[in-house]
Write a protein that binds this ligand. Structure first.
Ligand code: 6MZ
Length: 365
């Protein structure tokens, strides 16, 4: 249809821009599959949301100063500090209007970076008297519908926070299922995320099983810190995709047995290099577990995680990976092409994207 034509023209234009650079290369047809909404907010969006807030409490201004220090000085921070930074974004997305704007800005920024398919994920939050979890989800769905301009196809994965407790998580599941029923083409999956130092994944597996039975795809954050028992249970659950898998290889705090289990599972892994390096769970880009998975030909997809908090973009992730591991242009294309197999989209949408990808590649060869 017209949409896919527009989509293709846009991708072809991006392609020209990228091929003119001969020192750093990337592919143009990229899918972003691991992006947390509140971690993806740019400083510009945060500043505008801050301006929108009706009452500026002193504590609000104090937290705002922390955000500026962290983002603008770009210093490394611990995993614990990263989670404090999310709190700052959360303090600015407390109304449906703010959530809507946040989602719209993030989608546009990804599209401007050449992302043609985006799975945005976010944890529904309730603000008493102001916003329900259902309204939170609806605000993102509205934003997705309103930016459907043919440049980018967007889906929503709803996140459960591993710290929230079983009760609130099953309440959230009911809200997710109702929203999914209303918008089956937009709400496609459920993710389990949150501070890996807190909460027990096993508490949430039965809830994720219900989501799966209702037809939703599942992605679980796995082994961001060493925790072999938990990682084993996650792999046994057989999610459709897993996030990070940082501490699974025997050289990274896992074990040979666990590593073999991951490879044998063929479950695609979402890899966020800059996020891991900046949180300090991986020592450097060159020592990222990317290389073990890549060499083993395990299904992987590069992603940003939190492009605002870690000051990155998806094209930057492809470039820094290519630079760190001397990847050829062909290897990058192959990696981006294979990512279309792991989308939480319909078979038809996956095939369309793959066809477009192959056509764009032919044009650029
Ligand atoms: C685990 C993460 C994460 O959902 O409010 N989140 N969970 N590991 C990570 N690695 C750095 N980065 C982000 O976006 C922010 C939330 O996403 C999860 C956390 O629960 C964080 O509060 P939303 O849009």
């Amino acid at each position: 249809g017209d949409d896919s034509l527009l989509h293709m023209e846009h991708a072809a234009n991006c392609n020209t821009a990228f091929t003119s650079s001969n020192t750093r290369h990337t592919t143009t047809f990229r899918a972003e599959l691991h992006a947390h909404l509140n971690g993806s907010l740019s400083t510009k969006t945060l500043r505008e949301l801050h301006g929108l807030q009706i009452s500026h409490s002193d504590s609000g201004d104090a937290t705002w100063n922390i955000w500026e220090a962290v983002i603008e000085h770009g210093q490394k921070r611990t995993l614990e500090e990263c989670f404090q930074v999310f709190g700052i974004a959360h303090s600015l997305t407390t109304t449906p209007t703010a959530v809507y704007k946040a989602a719209q800005d993030v989608i546009k920024e990804f599209a401007d970076d050449g992302v043609v398919y985006l799975e945005l994920r976010s944890t529904p939050r309730e603000v008493p008297g102001i916003m329900s979890k259902a309204q939170y989800i609806q605000a993102i769905v509205d934003a997705i519908q309103d930016v459907a301009d043919g440049r980018i196809l967007v889906k929503l994965i709803v996140s459960l926070d591993r710290q929230q407790g079983k009760g609130p998580a099953s309440e959230t599941l009911d809200v997710i299922l109702a929203a999914h029923y209303q918008n089956p083409k937009i709400i496609v999956g459920v993710d389990l995320s949150g501070n890996p130092l807190k909460g027990l994944v096993t508490d949430y597996l039965p809830i994720l099983a219900c989501a799966r039975n209702a037809g939703l795809k599942i992605s679980i954050h796995c082994a961001e810190i060493p925790n072999p028992d938990e990682a084993e249970k996650i792999l046994d659950f057989r999610p459709d995709r897993v996030g990070h898998c940082t501490c699974i290889h025997p050289l990274h705090g896992g074990s040979q047995e666990l590593w073999n289990k991951l490879l044998k599972s063929y479950i695609p892994v979402e890899l966020c290099l800059t996020s891991n390096v900046k949180c300090g769970t991986v020592e450097s880009y060159k020592k990222h577990h990317f290389i073990h998975l890549f060499t083993a030909r395990h299904p992987i997809v590069l992603a940003t995680d939190d492009k605002g908090v870690f000051a990155t973009s998806l094209s930057e992730e492809y470039m820094v990976t290519a630079d760190s591991y001397n990847l050829s242009r062909e290897q990058l294309w192959q990696m981006a092409l294979s990512s279309t197999d792991y989308l939480f989209a319909s078979e038809e949408e996956k095939n369309n994207l793959k066809q477009m990808f192959l056509q764009i590649k032919q044009l650029s060869d």
